[in-house]
Design a protein around this ligand. Sequence first.
Ligand SMILES: [Zn+2]
Length: 304
Amino acid sequence: MAKSVLSEARFQNEEAAFAYVEAELWPNGPVCPHCENAGQAKIGRLTTRPGLYKCYAPACRKQFTVRIGTIFEDSHLALRLWLQAIHLLCSSKKGISTRQLQRMLGCGMKTAWHLGHRIRHAMAPGSTDQLGGFGKVVEADETELARSRKTKRPEGFRRKTHNPIVMSLVERGGPIRSITMDHKSAVGLVRKHVHPDSTLATDQAQHYKFVPVADHQAVDHSKFEWVRGIAHTNTLEGFFSVLKRGLVGIYQHIDKKHLDRYLAEFDFRQNTREKLGINDVQRSALAVQGMAGKRLMYRDSFVG
Ligand SMILES: [Zn+2]
């Protein structure tokens, strides 16, 4: 029988887990998070617990681990379990539920929930630069996160709130970005996220008519027109099918305020998909790199 990926040392042994994360976050050796000292002669390793270092810069002399200043710092969970969770989220095409995470890691429900959201936050892109540009095509489309009509509902079921609507924008040959529409207008979102020199490709939806871009190509699905040259939204149709199978099926009770983080997770996997030559192990390494530098942002964005 083939050995499970999760039997590798970094998922089982705390020393190995630290060594792995240190290699990703400190490619040139340890850096003191207190004083930014990176002089390797002035940093020493302590043996009292895995991953512990001491800074010998005269004004500092503090201890540290690679967890400080990263999203890893916010929990007492063993680093090897963090790495397991990251790997599970990175290698499951449709995502993984809190309950499943809890079962696989043998931790509490609350821990699993927080863990999942911290990892999703780390998957969000650091840059929110506009997509597209001169000579580039950006597809825009929307989808409603509704349960299939075939899903059985309890008797007397009444929908209390509207289903969330998601807008996704993808630069052909480039990154994807998904946004909860809430009460925002399509024009406003495109204006914010798409470079005005781009060519925009949408379906016939009238509300894209006044979007300020260099060119707008639309296909009319009501006339059974799906592709006309560059005018199609095929990239997004494929993405939406994965998104809906994941979000509507697995994450059945998403609170709207957490939806953006789930979208970041699906965008991340799409932007680092197998087709681009990125495997599960490489995708996990990219997620680990995202754990650095986002700690405060996470605290700010996290309400409830
Ligand atoms: Zn220091």
